[in-house]
Design a binder for this molecule. Structure first.
Ligand SMILES: CC(C)(COP(=O)(O)OP(=O)(O)OC[C@H]1O[C@@H](n2cnc3c(N)ncnc32)[C@H](O)[C@@H]1OP(=O)(O)O)[C@@H](O)C(=O)NCCC(=O)NCCS
Length: 187
């Protein structure tokens, strides 16, 4: 599916409201604690439009269907991807991939080396959830399995690697899966 990628900051107020709605809706099942309310989602949209951050929107026939944000870290060598959401009724049509690829191109232009992200497992969707990870983190990474539709597998499809597990990041047995990708190798 071909989508038009634009800066989130260029969108009209009603589309920014839709950006907040997409965030609440897309994370409701997988990570219900992420943006449970429109007020929290609106705040995230606002923060992502800060001039030092990057925020890109995917438009299908002038309708917002997904968006992505990122912020610089480590003096700009690394950009943290956060957040990424595709409207529930537009998922699995290549929009997430288009947004990540557009973000990669933008951070490459800024001479960054790496994109990192953390993808939480709050709902027991992977083999790393509901278990004590201490003492065997690397074994759990090696044997990581997707038990439902956890997005770590989406990021793997796009060339990201699992580089860590943060035990209990969202409470006992709810880890964050840390992933990274070099933007230099894809030049
Ligand atoms: C995860 C998400 C961004 C993916 O976007 P999408 O537009 O549905 O994904 P795409 O259609 O671009 O998928 C690209 C590839 O990844 C695969 N894929 C997508 N979601 C996947 C998942 N949850 N598990 C496994 N593979 C997945 C697709 O099948 C496709 O495979 P291909 O290379 O064989 O074509 C989207 O489903 C979403 O917004 N989910 C809810 C919020 C979320 O999880 N955000 C990320 C949290 S860090």
């Amino acid at each position: 599916m071909a989508v038009d990628i634009r800066a989130l900051a260029d969108l009209e107020p009603q589309e920014l409201e839709r950006a907040a709605h997409i965030l609440v809706q897309a994370f409701a099942e997988m990570a219900p604690a992420a943006w449970p309310t429109m007020a929290e989602a609106r705040q995230e949209v606002k923060e992502c439009m800060d001039s030092q951050y990057l925020a890109l929107a995917a438009m299908d026939d002038s309708e917002l269907v997904g968006w992505i944000g990122a912020r610089p870290q480590y003096d700009g060598h690394v950009w943290e991807l956060h957040p990424l959401a595709v409207a529930v009724d537009h998922q699995r049509r290549g929009i997430g991939r288009a947004l990540v690829q557009a973000l990669e191109a933008e951070v490459r232009l800024r001479d960054a080396d790496t994109i990192i992200l953390g993808t939480d497992d709050e709902a027991g969707w992977t083999s790393a959830a509901n278990t004590n990870l201490y003492g065997c983190v690397w074994q759990h990474i090696r044997e990581l399995r997707n038990l439902k539709n956890h997005p770590f597998a989406f990021y793997q499809r796009l060339g990201f690697e699992v580089v860590g597990l943060l035990p209990d990041a969202n409470g006992p047995g709810k880890p964050d899966i840390m992933m990274a990708k070099s933007v230099k190798n894809t030049r």
